[in-house]
Design a protein around this ligand. Structure first.
Ligand SMILES: C[S@@+](CC[C@H](N)C(=O)[O-])C[C@H]1O[C@@H](n2cnc3c(N)ncnc32)[C@H](O)[C@@H]1O
Ligand code: SF4
Ligand code: SF4
Length: 450
């Protein structure tokens, strides 16, 4: 099959439904009822939109499996209307949602895939947090509503263990604000799961560090500047830098392995070499770069996003440090382009996207299962309704992700020799930028301008 076809929206900012009959639309968002009205909330804008029953059925049928032609025919049949008028009435909504980035089009129908159990699950234990970071994807803060209670957490851990999930990454929100945090972490360790805790590090005292050591946990601690004032401003909490530093020292003393995670923004990119030196001085095992993606509270702070070219310079810097072998540096996005491309050609059938839905996934604090937490708001299944094993196999959203192929990508990535290794990278970042199938919005080969 050729990847040279003009998919809808190929020319940015334009979309017309005409000629899309054989294409397959997918509407990924949850549709819910409020005061007798059908509503959707667009996670990209935060805005809720109401619709009538006909629009509800239209979007329900945009399920990633039916072609537009089949969707229109089904609606025309059930409303006993003619196809042309159904298409005419549906087009404005479909065009608007496509331009808004929440109706996705492929040339092929999605499939259901038989994939083995996930190696790891990132589990947001809560959306509560003692900090209020400017960029927070979870918009963490006050008590979250309807979060899984301890019994539900234990039951889910039983399901993970029985299914053969290898690693649990306990995250949030700040997982350690949960009073029952250790009841959860210790129970999971007893069941044989390998535990990593993703934490802001401010709540780790000697006792907590020893309990983590006792269950063989590793940690990922956020540390965003060598300068306390910048970290505190970013994390919107005076004194948080010092608390985190003390937490890291406690973990070190207790022998808990530490990954230092730096979320790179316009506030700290120039400071990364100093943070890197600090990481070596502090004796942490791994240094990890997280590129900022404007989701959650980060939607209101998009000035924090770093240009691809600047991220390219940073990646080159850290790539050059690999040879010095002083600390383990976690793989970085697009680092593959600093080495020669693989020799195999580009195969249209190669799967694109990260390993979300393939070898790991996220469970939210209210029990929804997603490829990663950047897709919060999607129409996902909940572990309160189905067991985890069932969702892993049968979730439409997860299977849609598994179905994505090189033939879905538009623009420069289509021709890129690194596509077989990069696989288009983080498609959630593309989602944040309004077009999931554009060439990657963070890649400096796509956007070389500074
Ligand atoms: C969501 S936090 C949860 C764990 C803990 N509260 C913490 O801050 O480390 C996990 C990691 O994601 C990062 N993060 C949060 N929002 C992000 C965003 N919009 N883009 C990229 N990384 C983000 C945080 O800085 C942190 O390193
Ligand atoms: S990034 Fe972590 S520490 Fe910051 S508000 Fe979100 S959950 Fe809390
Ligand atoms: S151009 Fe596309 S495929 Fe090539 S490295 Fe960048 S994101 Fe990956």
């Amino acid at each position: 099959m050729s990847r040279r076809k003009n998919l809808p929206g190929q020319v940015p900012g334009t979309f017309s439904i005409s000629g899309s009959n054989e294409l397959v639309p997918y509407f990924p968002l949850r549709i819910y009822k409020e005061d007798e009205l059908w509503m959707i909330r667009n996670p990209l804008t935060g805005q809720a939109k109401e619709m009538n029953e006909a629009a509800f059925w239209l979007l329900k049928l945009c399920d990633g499996y039916r072609t537009l032609d089949e969707v229109i025919t089904e609606i025309a049949t059930s409303y006993q209307a003619d196809r042309e008028s159904v298409l005419g009435m549906s087009s404005p909504l479909l065009e608007k949602l496509t331009l808004d980035g929440v109706l996705w089009w492929r040339e092929e129908r999605m499939n259901y895939w038989n994939v083995p159990e996930p190696a790891g699950v990132l589990w947001d234990l809560t959306s509560r947090c003692n900090l209020r970071c400017k960029h927070c994807v979870v918009s963490a803060g006050e008590a979250g509503r309807d979060e899984l209670d301890l019994d539900e957490c234990h039951r889910l851990i039983d399901e993970f263990a029985e299914f053969g999930v290898g690693q649990l990454i306990l995250s949030g929100g700040e997982p350690m604000v949960r009073e029952d945090f250790f009841d959860i972490a210790e129970y999971a360790a007893e069941k044989g799961l390998l535990i990593q805790v993703a934490t802001n590090g401010t709540l780790i005292d000697e006792n907590a560090a020893h309990r983590l050591a006792g269950i063989g946990a590793s940690t990922q601690v956020s540390f965003d500047s060598s300068e306390p004032a910048i970290h505190d401003e970013f994390r919107q909490h005076p004194g948080s830098w010092m608390k985190t530093k003390k937490g890291i020292e406690q973990l070190k003393d207790a022998g808990v392995p530490i990954t230092l995670a730096v979320t790179v923004t316009t506030m700290n990119i120039d400071n990364v070499p100093q943070i890197y030196e600090m990481a070596i001085e502090m004796g942490v095992q791994t240094f990890r770069i997280l590129p900022f993606v404007p989701f959650g509270r980060g939607r209101y702070a998009d000035e924090l996003e770093v240009s691809p070219a600047r991220m390219g310079e940073l990646t080159e810097f850290l790539h050059s440090k690999r040879d010095e072998d002083e600390i383990n540096i976690a793989p970085m996005e697009f680092e593959c382009t600093l080495s020669p491309p693989p020799e195999q050609g580009i195969d249209d059938d190669v799967r694109i996207g990260c390993d979300g839905a393939i070898s790991y996934c996220t469970v939210t604090s209210t029990g929804e299962v997603l490829p990663c937490n950047y897709f919060s708001g999607a129409d996902a299944e909940n572990i309160r309704e189905h067991d985890f094993r069932w969702i892993w196999a049968n979730s439409r959203f997860l299977n849609y992700f598994r179905s994505l192929k090189a033939s879905d990508v538009k623009g420069k990535c289509q021709e890129c020799s690194w596509l077989p290794v990069c696989r288009g990278s983080c498609i959630a970042a593309n989602f944040a930028h309004g077009d999931i199938f554009q060439s990657n919005c963070h890649c400096w080969l796509v956007h070389p301008e500074k």
